[in-house]
Design a protein around this ligand. Structure first.
Ligand SMILES: Nc1ncnc2c1ncn2[C@@H]1O[C@H](COP(=O)(O)OP(=O)(O)O)[C@@H](O)[C@H]1O
Ligand SMILES: [Mg+2]
Length: 460
């Protein structure tokens, strides 16, 4: 719950505003002059300041410059009397987020507060990330604060010590291999090898001898004995990637190995025990492949004792800033850039929220690596991003684009429409989720969509 500090020397005003804002679900604190306001800011965690401009002693402008100097992350909304547009403009030039004329409608106040809090959220988030990176959102090399990822961390902890076979499904770049490694390194097998084989990279017969190994002279070209991956991964973990690409023939052979927990090298007759723990991964939906007759049902059940489904990045936007900062640190260290790149511009984060991320975390990692190399100073800017990400920038709202002649209600409507569009896009057009992220009721969102004629069908 956000806390708003209301500063006004008129006796009753703060109480009225306080009631309106508390009704909206905010915490409020009041102060009757600038000095008292500064004390309250020191003592409490304030998210927004709503201040009158005309006050005896330290007035609203002086209060604002104090706040700007010591707490630049707190947005300030100035309240000014009708007919003093210049004072409001001046306040905005000096760093107020916006101004509002007294007397105002409750809805007008609430909307201004909501917009200011939304805009500053990105900035504050950026700062909090640094601390969060060190905390509970880390599981080894895996990072994630989304509910999905937190669940995945818990499941890894539970299954790692067991020998259960594991199937990991997820789009390319969602972290399947990283999860497999994390399971390995959290198990008692951590000192034995982690052996990865990509089933789609080799032709069938090559893959067979890669997995099973072969005896000397087993086939033309087999001039020496070769140990296979089943053998090399002894006591460790065998990770079979792209298992959905395994041929029917090899599916039968793998099934037999799993049933008997033993295998023979190609051209050999001696059975060798299979000691490895098996983890498989695929970017296909194996149950679907099974129904289509491309994957054996009996093998599927052998592999799928424990199932992980890694969500695409577009379904866990809350992980983006955390991952972005993580990769920023990684590539700044690796590249030994002339100047350390330590910050991400808030426009960049906004673009990240709007992007679909078809390549998931791998794509985000590449974007950051490239930006670190291109960056001219300590901050990644939109100009350091590849074109396909920047192309969408027009969609982002920029207050400077609005003519100063546009009336306040019109301006607020434009901002509101933009925020709603972005929230919808971010929530994949699930209106209940968009409403939640905007902090409004679904019925109100529905009404606004109709009023502003916002398109809710496609994503572009
Ligand atoms: N949760 C995560 N936290 C940090 N880095 C991640 C995470 N998931 C994936 N990565 C990184 O993203 C890249 C792609 O991950 P990878 O496991 O190879 O994906 P997949 O096997 O699903 O294609 C790797 O560099 C990996 O380290
Ligand atoms: Mg992979």
């Amino acid at each position: 719950m956000e806390t708003i500090l209301i500063v006004d020397d008129e006796k009753n005003y703060p109480f009225v505003l306080s009631a309106v804002l508390e009704e909206e679900g905010y915490n409020t604190i009041t102060a009757s002059n600038g000095v008292e306001a500064l004390e309250k800011i020191k003592a409490h965690d304030i998210d927004l300041v709503l201040t009158d401009i005309k006050m005896p002693g330290m007035d609203g402008m002086a209060l604002m410059s104090h706040i700007k100097a010591h707490n630049p992350d707190i947005p300030i909304i100035i309240m000014t009397a009708h007919g003093t547009v210049e004072r409001g403009e001046e306040a905005v030039k000096k760093g107020a987020h916006s101004y509002i004329f007294k007397p105002f409608q409750n809805e007008q106040l609430i909307l201004s507060v909501k917009i200011a809090l939304n805009m500053y959220q990105v900035i504050r988030q950026n700062k909090r990330l640094q601390n969060e990176l060190q905390s509970r959102y880390h599981f080894g090399n895996l990072i994630g604060k989304s509910k999905n990822m937190q669940e995945i961390f818990k499941t890894i902890q539970k299954v790692a010590p067991t020998n259960a076979s594991i199937l990991i499904e997820g789009e390319s770049g969602t972290g399947k291999e990283l999860v497999a490694k994390s399971i390995h390194f959290n198990s008692s097998r951590r000192d034995a090898p982690f052996v990865a084989v990509n089933c789609s990279a080799l032709a069938e017969n090559l893959l067979e001898s890669e997995l099973f190994g072969h005896e000397k002279g087993a086939f033309t070209g087999a001039s020496t004995l070769k140990k296979g991956r089943f053998e090399i991964s002894e006591n460790g973990t065998l990770f079979l990637d792209e298992i959905g690409e395994l041929s029917m023939n090899l599916q039968v052979k793998l099934l037999r190995v799993l049933q008997e927990r033993s295998f023979e090298r190609v051209g050999g007759i001696h059975p060798h025990p299979l000691d490895a723990r098996l983890i498989t991964a695929t970017n296909k939906t194996l149950s679907h492949e099974m129904k289509e007759g491309r994957f054996r049902e009996d093998l599927f059940y052998r592999l799928n004792v424990v199932h992980f489904s890694l969500p695409p990045l577009r379904n866990r936007y809350e992980d983006i800033p955390l991952l972005a900062v993580h990769f920023l640190e990684k590539y700044t260290k690796e590249n030994k850039t002339k100047h350390p790149v330590t910050k991400i511009d808030q426009d960049v984060l906004r673009l990240f929220y709007e992007h679909e991320w078809p390549g998931n975390i791998r794509e985000l990692e590449n974007v950051i690596e490239r930006a670190v190399i291109l960056s001219n100073n300590d901050t990644i800017k939109t100009s350091d991003l590849p074109g396909d990400l920047r192309g969408k920038h027009e969609k982002t709202f920029n207050p400077d684009d609005i003519s100063i002649q546009t009336s306040l209600p019109e301006t607020l409507a434009l901002i509101e429409k933009n925020l709603i569009e972005r929230a919808l896009s971010r929530a994949n057009y699930v209106q209940a989720n968009a409403a939640k992220s905007l902090g409004i009721k679904k019925s109100l969102l529905h009404y606004k969509i109709k009023t502003y004629q916002i398109s809710i069908g496609s994503k572009n």
